[in-house]
Design a protein around this ligand. Structure first.
Ligand code: IMP
Length: 429
């Protein structure tokens, strides 16, 4: 059986948790392949909204093993908090169920300090990061000075590596930011205890995944953030520091392309973005506020990690087609269709104009993208409440035309539609 890749086709927050939770049922392994606790999945189970930041959605299916794969950067302090919370909901994330790859990078306090200091120094030019230390953790990985999870199994080496990390950070904090040093011994003590707790979870998850594939089992590769935040193919430099796309599944898990048969791109029925950077279809008016919601509902457009209000706008089909190409999407999952109920006409972006020239390919170069103005196609909306719909044929005609427009433009079939946050409110097309 193959690997299914599940990833965000926009700027993150597409509602991946919803479909991941559903697909996890069929998977013996659910593996997060990129990022760290900058991500936030919300899963609605009954009247509870459960948020995960590091642990993949398989946590709620006792049959699945949850893997934090080599492509991730893992903050052990956040992991401890999250595992305690999820265990409180009955997830039982014992070392048999939660596995950490030995090659995954540890995200340590120095990374968080450097992320905050760097953003403060950039001032108006800031990326708008989550300040979780993601960029500095990947910087250390690429500079080959990172601390890998495998070191947790050797207490002496681990303490030495963490001490060296703090010393390196302190030198940078003083030199580049004129900031006070971190307390090395306090960090070594706290993280040594965390390492002792999580060492039994550390293993070769690549081997585990290949054994499962050889046995004919199904593996779900769960992405964080979205295509347009990819370090290489996103709107650089307004991106995260990991590979969010299908390519990231291969390097993050350690599998070859022959294993990945199904690539599911999750897209909202409109667009949102948190942090700075170009967003051609952004609406700064009342319609943008309507799409965002007030924040009184868990599904309103406020960051699930930072609580920041998200920027919102019309669906950008030019960007979605780019995501289809760069990921080789084999299907789309359309979320939050219900949010568009009562809006008419609806608009979708079908091209950009750049100095009066039409642009139909998404330019990932930021200066070019900043000059692009969206060209819209208008579609009729619908008034009917669709939150109870469970079959495509029961959607109003205008909603089906909206879906058809997406499929025709991107050349990718929509396989699932969600019409509300509940587990039951997502149906197969
Ligand atoms: P970082 O990943 O914290 O370095 O932030 C880099 C950019 O990615 C910022 O614009 C963040 O707002 C954005 N970002 C990071 N994680 C997420 C996410 O899970 N959803 C949406 N945006 C994110």
């Amino acid at each position: 059986m193959p690997v299914t890749a599940l990833l965000g086709a926009q700027w993150g927050d597409e509602g991946k948790g919803h479909i991941a939770d559903r697909l996890a049922v069929q998977s013996s392994i659910v593996a997060r392949y990129n990022g760290g606790d900058n991500a936030g999945h919300s899963i609605t189970i009954g009247d509870r909204v459960v948020r995960t930041h590091l642990v993949p959605a398989g946590a709620f299916h006792p049959e699945s093993i949850c893997v934090l794969a080599a492509g991730m950067v893992i903050n052990l302090r956040s992991l401890a908090r999250e595992v305690d919370e999820l265990d409180g909901y009955g997830a039982q994330l014992t070392p048999d169920r939660l596995k950490i790859d030995q090659a995954a990078q540890l995200l340590l306090p120095g990374h968080i300090a450097l992320d905050g200091a760097g953003e403060d120094q950039l001032g108006a030019e800031a990326i708008g990061t989550t300040k979780r230390g993601i960029g500095p953790a990947y910087t250390d990985k690429m500079a080959r000075v990172g601390v890998r999870a495998g070191v947790m199994t050797d207490a002496g080496r681990f303490a030495e590596a963490v001490r060296a990390h703090v010393e390196r950070t302190n030198a940078r904090l003083a030199r580049d930011f004129n900031r006070a040093p971190l307390d090395a011994e306090a960090i070594v003590a706290e993280y040594s205890a965390l390492a002792a707790r999580f060492a039994p979870h550390v293993t070769d998850t690549m081997g585990l995944i290949h054994t499962a594939l050889e046995r004919g089992e199904h593996v779900l590769a769960e992405g964080a953030q979205g295509t347009l935040l990819d370090i290489d193919h996103g709107t650089y430099p307004y991106v995260t520091s990991s590979s969010t796309i299908t390519g990231g599944v291969l390097t993050g898990l350690g599998v070859g392309p022959k294993h990945v048969r199904r690539v599911i791109g999750v897209t909202k029925a409109f667009c949102s973005r948190v942090g700075a950077g170009p967003f051609p279809t952004e609406l700064k008016d009342e319609m943008g506020a309507r799409l965002r919601g007030t924040g009184s509902n868990p599904w309103d457009e406020f960051g699930s990690t930072t609580g920041r209000p998200r920027r919102t706008g019309w669906l950008d089909l030019v960007a979605l087609k780019y995501a289809a190409r760069v990921n080789g999407l084999t299907e789309l999952v359309l979320t939050k269709l219900d949010i568009l109920t009562g809006i008419s006409p609806l608009r979708v972006c079908i091209a950009y104009s750049n100095c009066d020239s039409p642009v139909t390919n998404f330019p990932s170069d930021v200066s070019e993208l900043n000059q692009c103005a969206p060209i819209y196609s208008e579609l009729s909306g619908w008034e009917e409440d669709i939150t109870g719909v469970r079959r495509i044929d029961d959607l109003p005609l205008a909603a089906r035309v909206y879906l058809l427009q997406i499929e025709t433009f991107t050349g990718v079939k929509i396989s699932h539609v969600s019409v509300g946050p509940e587990r039951s409110q997502i149906f197969e097309v």
